[in-house]
Structure formats: C-alpha cells, structure tokens
Design a protein around this ligand. Structure first.
Ligand SMILES: [Zn+2]
Length: 194
C-alpha cells in the first residue's frame, strides 16, 4: 500500500524496485518525503506499541483545502495494544483522552484515535474484525512562503508526544499481560490518508 504521496506503508513489498518522485528520497529502501529527518523516521519506527503506517511532510502544490497540505503521522497500535484498547475501550478511553490533552496542550494539532469494530461478509463466512488508527495532523497547512522552521518544530514536538504516548501504551499492555485470552480478531480495512 502507498498513500497518494507515495509513502511506503504496511504491506509494502520490499523486493519491488522503489522509485522516488521529485519530493521524495529513499530511506531504508522506501520512498519517503524528502524533508522528513532520518532521526524522526528512526524514532517512529522504534516505538514499542505502535507501527508507523504513513507519514507526510505536507505539500504546498496540493489544493488549498486538501489534507495533503498538512503534515500528518498515521500509526496503528501493535497487536498487544490493539487487543487491549478494543477489549477495554470504555474503561481506558478517558485515560487516553487525558493523555492527549496533556501531550498536545497547544491546539496546533488534531489527534484522532479511531476504534473500528465490524463484521465483514465477503466470499467466506461472516467474520468480526477490529482495527485502530491513530492520526496526528498539523492544523497549519503548508504554503509557498514557508521556511519549514515551523513544521520542523511541529514534527519534533509530535514525535516527542508520540514517544510519551508509546510509554503509556506499553505500560498498560505490560500490566495486563496474560489477563486476556488469545486475540482472534482480524483487521478491518480502513481508508488511507489522502
Ligand atoms: Zn507526502
């Protein structure tokens, strides 16, 4: 899968030849937006409770109202946290909301944690599935006059906050390790960042 910026996402076939567009560069064999720092990508790929799904620096050639104008980081909880949050959502959601308030106090960021429960009936028997997506979006769109300083600061703050959130997720899952039966839910498909 790739988003419309060409960012490599989960399921990307690493054996395929990767071609970069003008706004991209190669990082660990993947095409990523050119202005994303190695240190940001390294930190986001080293989180213990989340997988990086996609990351976009925001593009000023996009339509003025397009979300593609705005930097965004999209993650999915790893299996242990996904299982915990879907099974104990109503007990844990207030703590997560409080963490969002604490970690993003300035109102310069939209933070969305979306839990999807569903049943999909396709060719085989109907199956229940779950999925969770965490979307971090900068409120400010890129413009042609930007120097990039604001957005570098935004990414640095967002990645610091995500590191703290990762600690919360890791702590919660390690406290409840072994408390639940095996996880059998499948992943629902979800719309990609576009
Ligand atoms: Zn992009």
């Amino acid at each position: 899968m790739t988003d419309d910026c060409g960012n490599a996402t989960q399921g990307h076939n690493m054996s395929e030849a990767v071609t970069c567009q003008a706004h991209e560069r190669l990082w660990r064999g993947r095409a990523v937006d050119r202005n994303l720092a190695d240190s940001w990508l390294e930190k986001l790929n080293a989180l213990r409770s989340f997988d990086l799904v996609s990351i976009c620096e925001g593009h000023c050639d996009a339509r003025a109202a397009s979300v593609r104008r705005r930097p965004a980081i999209i993650l999915r909880p790893k299996t242990a946290l996904l299982k915990l949050l879907t099974e104990r959502w109503f007990a844990l959601r207030d703590a997560w909301a409080a963490a969002f308030d604490r970690l993003w106090p300035e109102g310069d960021t939209i933070v969305e944690l979306e839990v999807q429960h569903g049943i999909v009936k396709d060719e085989g028997p109907a199956a229940a599935g779950v999925d969770i997506i965490l979307r971090i979006t900068c409120r400010r769109p890129r413009s042609l006059h930007d120097q990039g300083t604001y957005f570098n600061g935004w990414f640095a703050k967002a990645i610091f906050a995500l590191d703290m959130l990762d600690h919360l997720g890791y702590k919660q899952t390690s406290f409840t390790e072994g408390e639940y039966g095996s996880f059998t839910g499948s992943f629902l498909r979800h719309p990609e960042h576009s």
